[in-house]
Design a protein around this ligand. Structure first.
Ligand SMILES: *Cc1c(COP(=O)(O)O)cnc(C)c1O
Length: 343
C-alpha cells in the first residue's frame, strides 16, 4: 500500500550498459534522491557496470555509496569550502576525490591535508564555481594529488567552449591529468576525447539512469473508494464534489513529492516554484492529478495529504478497487518512493 517504483531490471540494465559503452570514461552520477532509485542502489548498479569512479553531489551522499556494492573512488561534485566540516572530514578518506574551485581553497587543503586527491574545477559560461580560464596557468597546486580538471557546461554544452577550456588546462604543468566533462553531447564528447592528448571522463546522471523511460514505472495503490452524491463535502476542507461519482483515495502525497513540480524552464520558474499543493487550494476539484484511472488523469478532490491523495471520478460504476495500482506521472528527481521494486 505504497507509492512504488517498479523497475524492469533486465531492460534497465541493458540501457545502462549501452550508455556506458557509448561513453568511454563514463562516471555515473548518484546524487539527491538517486534519480528516484536511491543512491545506494545506483552504487550497486555502478559496481555491475564495472566503472572505477562514481560521483555524488555533496559530502553527505558519500555514505550511501559506501553502503553499496561499489568499491571504487567517489568524487564529490560540490566544491570544498573551509567552513564545510563534512567535506573536510573527507580530505583524509582514501576513496574520496574532492573538487576544488578556488585558489585559496587549494592552498588551504595543501596545508592541512597534503596529498589529498582533487579535481580542479574550471569556470565555464555557467558562472557557478571554478577557476577562471585565464588564471589556470599560474595556479599553484602545491602538494595535491591532481586527478583531473572539471568542466561543467550549461545544459546545452558547446564543443567550442569545452575545447577552449581544455586548451587552457593543457597549458598547466599538471594539465596532463585530463579533463572531466559534464553536459557535453555524446558526439561532441567523443570528438573532443579523440582530439585531446589527455585522459577524458564524462559525468552522466539523467541520460544514464532515466534515459529509457519505459524501463520503470511509478504507481500508487488504491486505499479506499467511496461513492458520493454531487455536492458532498469531502476531505479536510470540505470541498464539494462537482457531480455524482466516487472519491478514490490513493497512496502518494506531498511527502513523496507528488504534485510538487520543479520548474522546467527559467521562464516557468515563478509559476511553478509555488508548490502545486498550495496553488491547489484555490482551484479545488478542478486540478488534474498525476494519477491515471482507466487511462485518464483524474482531478484531485482536494490538495494532496502527506501520504495519500483524494481523487474524484464522476459517473456511475466504481472506477477502481482497493488494491489497484494506478499509474502516476512523477518527476523522478523529486519523488521519494516507499519501495523500489526490481522485477
Ligand atoms: C548533477 C551533475 C551531473 C549530472 O547531471 P545530469 O544532468 O543528471 O546528467 C554532472 N556534472 C555535475 C557537475 C553535476 O552536478
Amino acid at each position: 500500500m505504497a507509492l512504488n517504483l517498479t523497475v524492469d531490471t533486465e531492460r534497465w540494465r541493458e540501457h545502462l550498459r549501452s550508455v556506458a559503452e557509448e561513453i568511454p570514461g563514463i562516471v555515473p552520477v548518484a546524487k539527491g534522491n538517486g534519480y528516484g532509485f536511491t543512491n545506494r542502489r545506483l552504487g550497486d548498479e555502478a559496481a555491475l557496470l564495472g566503472v572505477d569512479t562514481v560521483a555524488v553531489g555533496v559530502p553527505h551522499e558519500v555514505h550511501a555509496i559506501e553502503l553499496s556494492a561499489f568499491d571504487g573512488d567517489i568524487v564529490v561534485l560540490q566544491p570544498w569550502r573551509p567552513h564545510d566540516e563534512a567535506a573536510t572530514a573527507l580530505l583524509t578518506d582514501s576513496r574520496a576525490i574532492i573538487t576544488v574551485s578556488r585558489a585559496e581553497d587549494v592552498q588551504h587543503i595543501s596545508r592541512i591535508a597534503p596529498g589529498t586527491a582533487v579535481l580542479v574545477e574550471v569556470q565555464t559560461s555557467m558562472y557557478r564555481h571554478g577557476i577562471p580560464a585565464e588564471e589556470i596557468a599560474q595556479l599553484d597546486l602545491g602538494r595535491l594529488d591532481v586527478r583531473g580538471w572539471t568542466i561543467h557546461l550549461p545544459a546545452a554544452g558547446s564543443l567550442d567552449e569545452a575545447r577552449r577550456l581544455a586548451a587552457a588546462v593543457a597549458e598547466h604543468p599538471r594539465g596532463e591529468a585530463g579533463v572531466w566533462l559534464s553536459h557535453l553531447g555524446v558526439e561532441d564528447y567523443r570528438t573532443l576525447a579523440g582530439e585531446l592528448g589527455m585522459p577524458t571522463r564524462m559525468r552522466v546522471g539523467t541520460r544514464l539512469w532515466l534515459g529509457d523511460a519505459g524501463a520503470f514505472r511509478a504507481t500508487g495503490t488504491v486505499l479506499d473508494v467511496h461513492k458520493v452524491a454531487k455536492g458532498t463535502p469531502v476531505g479536510y476542507h470540505g470541498a464539494k464534489t462537482p457531480a455524482d461519482g466516487y472519491v478514490v483515495v490513493v497512496s502518494g502525497g506531498t511527502a513523496h513529492g507528488v504534485a510538487l513540480a520543479a520548474p522546467a524552464t527559467p521562464h516557468s520558474f515563478k509559476q511553478r516554484f509555488i508548490p502545486l499543493a498550495e496553488a491547489l487550494g484555490e482551484v479545488r476539484g478542478r486540478v488534474t492529478s498525476p494519477f491515471k484511472i482507466r487511462g485518464r488523469k483524474r482531478p484531485f478532490a482536494e490538495p494532496p495529504h502527506m501520504h495519500s491523495s483524494l481523487l474524484f471520478v464522476d459517473g456511475p460504476g466504481a472506477p477502481a478497487a482497493v488494491g489497484d495500482e494506478l499509474p502516476v506521472t512523477v518527476r523522478m528527481t523529486t519523488t521519494h518512493f516507499d519501495e523500489v521494486l526490481f522485477a
